[in-house]
Write a protein that binds this ligand. Structure first.
Ligand SMILES: [Zn+2]
Length: 308
């Protein structure tokens, strides 16, 4: 097993220009690059004439203008959100105000709990109520296209993937990304949910994933399997750390992610925390009091016995 997943990061991007990704699918990349967004957020336009916009992206004037330009002479009937992280959804209401379309998203009410890192909830627009609430397993139909809704919590509680019917192509949002492993930030994020959502994709037979950030993935099942192996490797490494007495998050992050750029350390700490939370849920790890970023973690007694 290897620690590094192989991603194709050499994505050539021209911001604001619609590019055909598949028959009836266009992509526009927003100019909001950063440590969590790679080159920027991907907005997809599905169909022709009467179209759906998947993830309008940030509320950025130039990006909204690019969507307007790409859909000139067409009508936006649907605005679909993979989840309510602001880099995907902030443009939804402004786009609707300018060009119409009903907003579709999974239904959530409020927060799950306090963020592990204060301010983390600012990434989510909890107040954004869709015009139509989507549920797992339903199909959204437009003019000449249909999208199956797959609820894939893990990265975010409300996360949806959309499978383009008849094309074996899935819009994967941040559940499977084209450039990095997915950030899981408890309490909105959950590793247990993420793994169950990955299984949902493994059960399918797709030929392409179109992620919310980064380029398209043309070996979907291989990538999903590699992701799951990667998570397993991290879990084994964390358990090994605990066994050696390395039992707080910061040194475990250094062990797991040597040479990480400082901007991503917070995300890495959250990822380790998500793993520890998962191991606690399964009774393999213990901590005193509520689990947090500064807590001390120990192998559970049963786990110690199993290891020895
Ligand atoms: Zn996200």
């Amino acid at each position: 097993m290897t620690a590094e997943l192989a991603f194709n990061r050499s994505v050539d991007v021209e911001y604001g220009v619609a590019e055909e990704m598949a028959p009836g699918v266009r992509r526009i990349v927003a100019n909001n690059p950063g440590p969590y967004t790679f080159l920027g957020s991907n907005t997809y336009i599905v169909g022709q004439g009467e179209v759906a916009v998947i993830d309008p992206g940030p509320a950025d004037k130039a990006h909204l203008a690019a969507i307007a330009e790409a859909t000139r002479g067409e009508r936006i009937t649907h605005i679909l959100l993979t989840h309510r992280h602001r880099d995907h959804c902030d443009g939804a209401r402004p786009l609707q105000a300018a060009l119409g379309g009903e907003i579709y998203a999974f239904g959530i009410e409020g927060k799950r709990g306090n963020a592990v890192i204060p301010g983390m909830e600012d990434y989510t627009d909890f107040g954004l109520q869709p015009d139509r609430v989507l549920a797992d397993g339903e199909t959204v139909r437009g003019a000449g296209w249909a999208l199956d809704v797959i609820h894939t919590p893990g990265h975010a509680r409300d996360h949806l993937c959309f499978a383009l019917v008849g094309q074996r192509t899935v819009f994967t949002g941040d559940h499977v990304m084209g450039w990095n492993t997915t950030v899981i930030a408890p309490p909105e994020g959950s590793l247990a949910e993420f793994l169950a959502s990955m299984e949902k994709l493994l059960d399918r037979n797709d030929k392409a994933f179109l992620p919310g950030h980064g380029g398209q993935i043309l070996t979907p099942r291989r990538v999903v399997r590699a992701y799951m192996m990667h998570r397993k490797w991290r879990e084994q490494t964390i358990l090994a750390c605990l066994e050696e007495g390395v039992n707080t998050i910061a040194p475990i992050v250094d062990r797991l992610y040597g040479g990480l750029e400082p901007g991503l350390k917070g995300a890495a700490a959250l990822s380790v925390f998500a793993h520890l939370e998962y191991l606690i849920e399964r009774g393999q790890v213990e901590t005193e009091g509520p689990a947090g970023l500064l807590s001390t973690y120990l192998l559970a007694e049963t786990e110690t016995r199993r290891a020895s």
